[in-house]
Design a protein around this ligand. Structure first.
Ligand code: UT7
Length: 329
């Protein structure tokens, strides 16, 4: 058996579209209020793509920044893995548009759909390829243009989402010398398939005039069910690392930005404060696969990631799916 290559994070980058959409926007179109949204979710504003933008635009900008941070040429990439539930098209993969735009002429490319766990799934895949010696430099991206799939007549879901992208370059640790990925995990429980769901538009219910009239191609959320699942899963995943490595060793936790109350409730369960936790949901809302790489990139820019300490990334989402990574920075 060949020995496992130690894997590190060579660089990160993120991008959010320019259009800022405050809670007041929703007060005009559905029966809601800024006060309700802030109290129930922590969200104050989010970003939406412009009419002529799509998921790929966000991916390309975030990827360019990640490559610049890694001081790497796009032609050095062996693979691009994009986690998204909002690709530009059902066919072909948005990652191929990214590959072309970057000039990553030596890279394979594919999308994966694990909803809000998309980036952790891409990162997990990237880590596995590099660890196995099957690739040297992999670009893992989490990106969403969720505003394209939100039902602006449904107050329970339209207020929750935003658009963004985050990316990171994964490479052998001996080459990049930082961000060693020590552990990753992925999980799924399809019994919660309908908790977060887009009914039509796929091969089960292809788009028809009727499905469009029934608004079945928009995201539907069973908020309370997701809330319970999310608190339990987030606290279990964090607790496992804290118990095995010790709270003092943990420098920072970057959780999926799903709802401020979900993050607080999960921390409460394991008796931790939010001192070591990155929260930026107030500015970007839930950007699904993009929340973790966006928050990680911001934390790095702000100097919040302490060298030598452990970093926990954790996400969960539709499927149901979940994933985590433990990184020594
Ligand atoms: O990443 C995965 C995708 N995200 C999710 O799946 C979201 C997870 N869930 C949540 O974040 C929360 O469950 C929500 C923010 C969606 C809802 O918060 P909640 O505290 O669980 O509220 P609720 O669903 O229990 O609703 C409470 C009330 C209801 O009214 P009644 O039945 O008590 O009269 C809702 O109709 O709030 C009402 N409501 C609203 N009121 C004003 C629901 N949405 C809104 C709204 N504005 N936007």
């Amino acid at each position: 058996m060949t020995s496992r290559v130690r894997v590190g994070i060579a660089g990160t980058g993120a991008y959010v579209p320019e259009r800022v959409v405050p809670n007041a926007y929703f007060e005009e179109i559905v029966d809601t209020s800024d006060e309700w949204i802030v109290q129930r979710t922590g969200i104050r504003e989010r970003r939406f793509v412009a009419d002529d933008e799509a998921c790929s635009h966000l991916c390309i900008e975030a990827s360019k920044r990640a490559l610049a941070a890694a001081e790497m040429d796009p032609a050095d990439l062996d693979l691009i893995v994009l986690g998204t539930l909002t690709p530009d098209h059902l066919l072909p993969s948005t990652s191929c548009m990214v590959q072309e735009a970057l000039g990553a002429k030596n890279a394979g490319a594919f999308d994966c759909n694990a909803a809000c766990t998309g980036f952790l799934t891409a990162l997990n895949t990237a880590e596995a390829f590099v660890a196995a010696g099957r690739a040297k430099r992999v670009l893992a991206i989490g990106a969403e243009a969720l505003s394209r799939f939100v039902d602006f007549q449904d107050r329970t879901s339209c207020i929750l989402f935003g658009d963004a992208a985050g990316a990171c370059v994964v490479a052998p640790h001996e080459d990049c010398g930082r961000g060693e990925i020590l552990e990753t995990s992925l999980g799924a429980d399809g019994s919660g398939f309908e908790f977060i769901h887009m009914v039509a538009g796929g091969s089960r219910y292809p788009p028809t005039q009727e499905t469009v009239e029934r608004r079945e191609h928009f995201i539907r959320v069973r908020g309370r069910d997701v809330f319970r699942f999310a608190v339990a899963r987030m606290s279990d995943l964090i607790r496992d690392y804290v118990e095995r490595y010790g709270e003092d060793e943990i420098g920072l936790i970057v959780p999926h930005q799903v709802n401020r109350r979900i993050i607080d409730a999960a921390l409460d369960r394991i008796g931790m404060t939010d001192e070591k936790v990155v929260v930026n949901i107030q500015r970007y809302a839930n950007t699904s696969a993009a929340t973790v790489p966006l928050a990680l990139d911001e934390a790095l820019q702000e100097g919040r990631v302490e060298k030598g300490k452990l970093l926990i990334l954790v996400a969960f989402g539709a499927g149901l799916t979940w994933g985590s990574a433990l990184i020594r920075w």
